[in-house]
Design a binder for this molecule. Structure first.
Ligand SMILES: Nc1ncnc2c1ncn2[C@@H]1O[C@H](COP(=O)(O)OP(=O)(O)O)[C@@H](O)[C@H]1O
Ligand SMILES: [Mg+2]
Length: 362
């Protein structure tokens, strides 16, 4: 039988019980870890000597105590003598059954961020991309000038020097290509949602992959033929599948590389959002490759822009995928071990009423 003490010890969120005079009554083991001190040293110490918070909290805490109401504070830097400040969310509530005692829970942003990944990805992408877009615009014109000048120069050069001007032109082209990808982000319009046959999208992507970047792999179709229509923007979803197929092809071996396109229906898949609303995302599409898996060092950040494990990668492919899917209200997840990576898209189905009439063939 679990006791209250077990519960206190198991609670993964750093938590402090505060006495009537803002003294520390107890801290749990997560808080011991967080502050890097033992509960024994903390007990009895004045809270504000131990906890450095960059917000005027004493008064609000006193008010919450007086009124018996909870208090939530977002995005404050919390530190202590032993630890550098870290951005946290604080939740404070009266302790039931102990007069004037309060419970303080500290959620470091890393934890909070993980739970709402698609949202944080979106805003991180937004700021980094916004900056890059501005740069892209500024760089493209002078770059065209540089390329032109190099081409003019090359007309009067011998073979050895030609190599150098060719290098200028080639490298400039590479930068232009990168800039165009950055601009693609900014030009992305909100999805034009309509009923889409996701298998048509997968087929188109598969065929174009086999003609180009995926010529060396075999792509296996494993579809649930009874899958209902999805609600999405066919062009944007095609872009998503192409980006995922491109990564999968790049990961798969030159010989024996295999990619499986898997679709299935999962009636119970619902996404619960931070605001409490839920959405049903029953259509599942998996892109599975038999490559080496995600590099450990970047596995947690692959959906962020400019994160790449490849020498000439831009790190924009998955950032775009993540933005499009989150604009669709969908969800993307990845599981990866050496020998297999699975990228799974979860999408909403088309509203039932206009399913047959609005279906477009293209
Ligand atoms: N199927 C996969 N298998 C292994 N690693 C992958 C896979 N897909 C993505 N990655 C990793 O994620 C990184 C980011 O991918 P992406 O955003 O498309 O950028 P890029 O392909 O330009 O590097 C890749 O560089 C690679 O290291
Ligand atoms: Mg890529």
């Amino acid at each position: 039988m679990t006791t209250v003490g077990d519960l206190w010890a198991s609670l993964p969120v750093p938590t402090i019980v505060i006495g009537p005079n803002d003294d520390i009554v107890d801290i749990n083991s997560a808080a011991e870890g967080f502050f890097n001190v033992s509960a024994k040293t903390m007990r009895g110490a004045p809270l504000w000597d131990q906890l450095a918070v960059d917000a005027p909290l004493e008064e609000s805490l006193a008010r919450a105590r007086k009124n018996g109401t909870p208090l939530f504070v977002n995005d404050v830097d919390v530190g202590s003598g032993q630890r550098a400040p870290l951005q946290c969310a604080l939740q404070i509530a009266p302790l039931v059954g102990a007069l004037d005692h309060m419970v303080l829970m500290i959620s470091p942003r890393e934890l909070a961020g993980r739970m709402t990944q698609s949202h944080s990805v979106k805003s991180a992408a937004k700021s980094a991309i916004g900056m890059a877009e501005m740069l892209a615009h500024e760089i493209k014109n002078p770059l065209a000038g540089i390329t032109g000048a190099a081409q003019l120069l090359s007309m009067n050069l011998g073979a050895e020097d030609l190599e150098l001007t060719d290098l200028i032109v080639e490298e400039s082209r590479r930068i232009v290509k990168l800039l165009e990808q950055v601009e693609q982000f900014g030009n992305l319009s909100p999805p034009d949602l309509r009923p889409v046959n996701i298998h048509d999208v997968l087929d188109r992507a598969r065929r174009s992959a086999l003609l180009g970047f995926g010529a060396h792999v075999s792509i296996i179709e494993d579809y649930d033929p009874s899958l209902p229509l999805a609600f999405g923007d066919p062009d944007q979803l095609l872009q998503v599948v192409l980006n995922l197929l491109k990564n999968a092809s790049e990961a798969a071996a030159q010989k024996g590389g295999k990619i499986r396109l898997h679709s299935y229906f999962e009636h119970s898949f619902r996404l619960r959002r931070a605001d409490g609303s839920g959405q049903s995302l029953p259509l599942q599409i998996e892109i599975i490759d038999n490559g080496p898996g995600l590099p450990d060092s970047i596995a947690a950040d692959i959906f962020d822009p400019f994160v790449s494990g490849k020498e000439n990668g831009t790190g924009l492919g998955l950032a775009l995928v993540s933005k499009i899917i989150s604009d669709h209200g969908g969800w993307i997840s990845v599981t990866s071990v050496p020998g297999q990576s699975v990228f799974r898209l979860s999408l909403p189905r088309a509203p039932k009423s206009d399913t047959p009439a609005a279906e477009k063939k293209d």
